[in-house]
Design a protein around this ligand. Sequence first.
Ligand SMILES: [Zn+2]
Ligand SMILES: [Zn+2]
Length: 112
Amino acid sequence: MPGEEQISTPLFVATCQSCGLQFDWRLSNKDFLHETTFHWEEYMAPSETWDHDHCAMCWQTFMEAELPGVQQAGYVGYTEEEVWWICQQCFEDLREEMGWQVEIQEEPPTQS
Ligand SMILES: [Zn+2]
Ligand SMILES: [Zn+2]
């Protein structure tokens, strides 16, 4: 289980050494992601300094680089201002519960 060997941090909190993002395992309430539509995407780093993201549910890392325990693709969903990545495992486990939809994206979405 992630975090169990890290005695220096509280059991339920993990901090990313790269981006400083804190993930609290107790904050499992992701109601704002209910009914969100996702699409499958290869991970592309937004910039040179922002080279990774984390799964919103389990905190797994997404990167372009092929490293152990790192995902190179996942489900991407947009809420009003944020982009969320969900790993395949979490997506499959939580899809029904969260009412997630999958968008088959063949062309760029048109602005309305
Ligand atoms: Zn990070
Ligand atoms: Zn996950």
